[in-house]
Design a protein around this ligand. Sequence first.
Ligand code: TYM
Length: 311
Amino acid sequence: MKRFLTGLQPSGALHIGNYFGALKPFVDQYRSYESFLMVVDYHALTSLKDPAALRENILSATKDYLAAGVDPEQVTLFQQSQVQEHTELAWILECLVTVPFLELSHAYKDKLAKGLEANAGLFNYPMLMAADILLYDTDIVPVGADQRQHVEYAREAAAKFNNTYELLFKEPQGLIQETVATVPGTDGKKMSKSYKNTIPLFGSRDDIAQAVMSIVTDSSGERPEHVYAIHSLFKDAPALDALYEVHRGKYKALKEALIEDVDALVAPMREKRASISDADVVRVLAEGSARAKEKAGAKMQAVRKAIGVVL
Ligand code: TYM
């Protein structure tokens, strides 16, 4: 059975870009594969240094996955930091790639351009992500378009290792669904926590309404393009075109219709989420991480042998 794996950073509340770009494709397809889903808490450390917030975000992100339809009996759902093999393999991969190669990272350059601290973790981020993927012999990685290059880095890291030592790693494929590859935010740019243009996935109805009402509209057109673009995630084109025809030029009515549609999707998940306790999350992550550790541990033993540190 092919292996299917993805991860999301617990760096803040999930938004509908994360949901449509990565979580929903994962939930829709994981039953056809042997599947792995990670809370990548060590990646979040590149930007988040508040221990209470990190702890809270790990609990909260895991509740989001479970509420969105991830069954921990069928998916190895785990916490990256509980499987130390990830950081161990990342180091080995870092010793195989060059600084100029890592300097090509768009994500790194974008973050610097936004004024984020250029810590060494941020720079080495792609090799930790490569380790996340390669440790499990992953075939397919469902992600949004912004992660395309990161999956490419994982392929290159696998090839570098295989050429230098022995053929141990599979080169994974990214799975990027074009219609949701880059979900736009309330200002039309890519939806992103750091642009403050998000619609929260598990916000209250009021939070959703507030975010939708803040979608930037261009008063010259008949159809508010940014509203329409987000709305197209929730309704197919014929239904949407009919709705936008009936409410031609009535931006407020269209935004209210969008609030209804977002809330209709989220309400059942929100209800399910409210029934999941912190203790449930701790148990699920401990079980999943133990399962992941078994696989990662065996793989790392082969890696240690291949590089020459097993005497
Ligand atoms: P992160 O936490 O930034 O985002 C999680 C997932 O959400 C997708 N995404 C979007 N998709 C469409 N439109 C958007 N506006 C949008 N914003 C975010 C991202 O593409 C991602 O799939 N480096 C990864 C986490 C990671 C990972 C991994 C992923 C670490 N290790 C191994 C896969 C496999 C990240 O920062 O995602």
